[in-house]
Ligand binder design. Structure first.
Ligand code: B12
Ligand code: SF4
Length: 608
């Protein structure tokens, strides 16, 4: 299949109101079912970072992205004009529908190309979206810090997609069904009318209920506003893409098992998907021109250890090495990126981290010249939840986050885990939640202490603080924390700005880079942010900009000084485990409790 590149234009979105789109009718009358996703959620040629930045930066900063990635709107097409790649969610909806509909009835296209496929024959336009309104964590917060136009770039493009669908001359003929991990945002903000959405589906496309819904839509029946469909309970129920996905995303697991109260994906059943299916999807991506692969998971370390005799939080080293080895050694896979994981496994099995590094670093597209000890300065950067340094808070919201270690040891697990990761050139992005319901100044101080301890020990993680967002369906859905940046306390601001100050350390590719950021921050403060974010923001921003040294600000009593933490070593952490867990430890990692007597193996017994 050959691919044609679009030229990309002004806004990157085709206006269906424009004369071209309203007069041009698809020659075949259009497709029965047209699938799409916002442009900013479909692109993958500039790496993960571009999508994350577009989710977090306000639309008025789009120029920054345009300058850094002038070709970000260039996308590849199949010869028939359909999308060469689409987010994995779209691909699975497509795959699910193809169980019932003909190939010729279903198409997945970029928003710019809707007019080529939506016609009088179209009965459903289905949109898959990750984050349409930007009201999720780490997205809303940064745009609101930046100001009056709070709309993130991604949200702007998602809204444009919806308004284009709304303006279609054939709109009365078809239903608009939305799904994906961001669908709840439309339900919660009740923006059905505004966005012209008939129905939001919560759950997976594989469900027979989803198919039933499409059937109804095609027959022109009224659809319920919101439908909750079941998640498959076993491996067999999950489909895999056989075409190309954005970033080469292939699912590795569903669910998690650590039961954090604020978490959405943990509500899904804990399933690790079969290796042969994963590999088929990897090969399908390569066949369709993808050079990059990323396995989607909440915690890569549970794969191979789900529903076995060993608790899932003791990783299955051999299984993981075997899987990742086959992926990176698949001919045509040039890049591989990690998605999400947890930090306790790095303490449990440091040798696993080392072996994964040996395997994955050569194919990692991420380079950290000032941090990595790899000859080509390559690094691995999975996303890991740190969330809080307060044990009191952690007990309330994520009491199993660090298992097999007790949550009382959470700060030590973070420090020790980060040490192991950094030693092996893993520099994770770690999320922190600011403004949890019931968070006190003491809790924030504890988190600041942990952040200072990371700095004191010369460890590195890209720290991403975000304001607590009660996510739909979670056990914290009804709770409220901080809702506006003006409500943040001086300590919460200090935590946020300290994280960003530390993040700029490895950005020192040039001496002027961080300086430019800091001077820019001061300018922004004087121009806009002072009024927006209120007086509590002032001193933390001075700290961030370096206008006044941290020492002086501490002396002046303007910021909290932070106190050194007493952190347990790996040996001490291992010693704190329950004796029944010792059997799952690997002797080659060392630090086994002295009292531990390893089970006699069959061969050793025979020798006796
Ligand atoms: C890979 C990934 C990314 C990648 C790639 C995303 C991409 N465009 O392909 C990157 C790193 C870029 C990314 C970025 C972000 N992500 Co992300 N990401 C994921 C991850 C790990 C996997 C997503 C995936 O492809 N899954 C596999 C597919 C098959 O699942 P799916 O999309 O959910 O689709 C299924 C159903 O939803 C349904 N479905 C999907 N679409 C449709 C459409 C219709 C019509 C129907 C009926 C059904 C349906 O059927 C599918 C299965 O059959 C998920 C966690 C997870 N396990 O889902 C987080 C996750 C989706 N991301 C999340 C977040 C918060 C973000 C960011 C906002 C983070 C940030 N601050 O930067 C950004 C937003 C990016 C943007 N453009 O706005 C949250 C979403 C929370 C929310 N929306 O409320 C999740 C759940 C992570 C989490 N632990 O909380 N992400
Ligand atoms: S560890 Fe992460 S994925 Fe697992 S339950 Fe907690 S927040 Fe969710």
């Amino acid at each position: 299949m050959s691919a044609a590149k679009s030229n990309g234009h002004g806004t990157g979105v085709q206006d269906l109101n424009s004369s071209t789109s309203t007069t041009v009718q698809p020659s075949d009358g259009g497709k029965l079912i047209v699938l799409t996703a916002p442009l900013t959620e479909s692109i993958d040629h500039a790496g993960y970072f571009i999508q994350m930045a577009m989710a977090s930066l306000p639309i008025w900063m789009e120029g920054v992205m345009n300058r850094k990635y002038p070709k970000w709107r260039d996308v590849e097409h199949n010869p028939d004009g359909s999308a060469r790649y689409m987010p994995a969610g779209v691909r699975l909806v497509e795959k699910s529908l193809l169980r019932e509909y003909r190939n010729d009835d279903v198409v997945a296209c970029f928003p710019d190309d809707l007019h080529k496929f939506v016609g009088p024959r179209t009965r459903v336009v289905a949109v898959s979206t990750h984050n349409p309104l930007g009201v999720t964590f780490a997205a809303g917060v940064y745009t609101s810090i930046f100001g009056s136009s709070k709309m993130p770039i991604n949200s702007h493009y998602a809204r444009q997609l919806f308004s284009n669908i709304k303006a279609s001359p054939y709109r009365d003929n078809f239903k608009v069904i939305v799904g994906g991990s961001g669908g709840w945002q439309i339900i919660q903000t009740d923006t059905y009318e505004e966005l012209s959405v008939d129905c939001v589906v919560e759950g997976r496309s594989e469900s027979t209920d989803t198919l039933e819904l499409f059937r109804k839509a095609i027959q022109g029946e009224e659809l319920p506003r919101r439908v909750e469909v079941k998640h498959p309970l076993d491996r067999e129920g999950i489909l895999f893409p056989d075409t190309r996905t954005t970033f080469g995303v292939v699912e590795m697991t569903t669910g998690c098992g650590r039961r954090c109260k604020f978490c959405v994906p943990d509500l899904n059943p804990q399933i690790d998907l079969p290796k042969d299916k994963i590999m088929e999807a990897v090969r399908a991506n390569v066949r369709n021109g993808n050079k990059q692969i990323s396995l989607a998971t909440e915690d890569m370390f549970i794969w191979g250890q789900v529903h076995t005799d060993t608790p899932f939080y003791f990783p299955n080293r051999e299984a993981l090495i075997d899987l990742y080895s086959d992926i990176v050694n698949t001919p045509g896979v040039e890049q591989h990126v990690l998605s999400h994981c947890t930090i306790a496994p790095a303490v449990v099995d440091p040798l696993l981290i080392k072996q994964l590094s040996d395997l994955l670093l050569p194919k990692s597209p991420i380079h950290f010249p000032y941090l990595s000890s790899h000859p080509e300065k390559k690094a691995l950067a999975p996303l890991i939840g740190l969330e809080t340094g307060s044990v009191r808070m952690a007990k309330q919201i994520m009491s199993s986050k660090g298992v097999p270690f007790a949550i009382e040891d959470w700060p030590s697990v973070v420090i020790e885990g980060l040490r192991v990761l950094n030693e092996n050139n893993w520099f994770p992005a770690m999320t922190l939640i600011v403004g949890n319901p019931g968070e006190t100044d003491d809790d924030v101080r504890d988190t600041i202490d942990l952040v200072y301890e990371i700095e004191r020990r010369g460890l590195f993680a890209f720290l991403v603080p975000s304001i607590f967002t009660p996510l739909h369906d979670t056990r914290m859905e009804k709770e409220t924390g901080v809702t506006q940046t003006r409500q943040l306390t001086p300590l919460q601001w200090q935590l946020m700005m300290k994280c960003w100050k530390m993040n700029l350390r490895p950005g020192q590719y040039s001496w002027w880079g961080p300086l430019a950021w800091r001077v820019g921050a001061l300018g922004m403060w004087a121009y806009k942010l002072r009024a927006l974010n209120g007086p509590n923001f002032t001193w933390p921003l001075m700290m961030f900009s370096g206008a006044i040294s941290e020492k002086n600000l501490q002396r002046m009593g303007k910021i909290y000084a932070g106190k050194p933490l007493k952190v347990k070593t790996r040996r001490e952490l291992i010693a704190s485990l329950k004796p029944r867990d010792w059997q799952y430890l690997r002797a080659d990692n060392g630090d086994l409790p002295v009292e531990y007597v390893p089970p006699v193996t069959a061969r050793a017994a025979a020798a006796v």
